[in-house]
Design a protein around this ligand. Sequence first.
Ligand code: FES
Ligand code: FES
Length: 178
Amino acid sequence: MTTHDITLTVDGTTEELTVESRTLLVHALRDRLDYTAPNVGCDSGKCGACTVGLDGDAVKSCTVLAVQADGSDVTTAAGLGGDDLHPVQTALHEAHGLQCGYCTPGIATTAVDLLDTNPDPDRDEIRAALKGNVCRCTGYQNVVDAIERVADEAEENADSAFGDSGDPAETPAGGDDS
Ligand code: FES
Ligand code: FES
């Protein structure tokens, strides 16, 4: 049995462990390190329950060997918002997009990656991004609502920040009267 000493940074904590060559990242996280946010639904890359952020990209951690992740930053759903909830998690709660604890962590992680790469997705793009997160008990309606809500709020905040950046009286629309 060949083993490897690896280092992962998981939700901001440096973890050193020895794994077999065949150890999957999800098993290293759950069984060796007790990070239980990524779940094992299918163990074959189909359900998305094991999705984590790996150096900023959402990946199914049952499709990655732990040794391949050596030296990487891993973000589980529990670490998405640091000490607080991530806005995606808050929106899932408020829009009634929370499903069972099995699928939701993967859905939240996927949504965060989507919004990182496409801050203003339309509903079709949101649904396309969620294709790899298979849930047997939702029509995804409220999940899509939640992700759309985060995108809309980010856009509104960007707008208001722009609006606050100067005194409107000094820059009247329509030009300068002088
Ligand atoms: S457990 Fe990884 S995709 Fe299902
Ligand atoms: S949310 Fe868990 S099976 Fe659908």
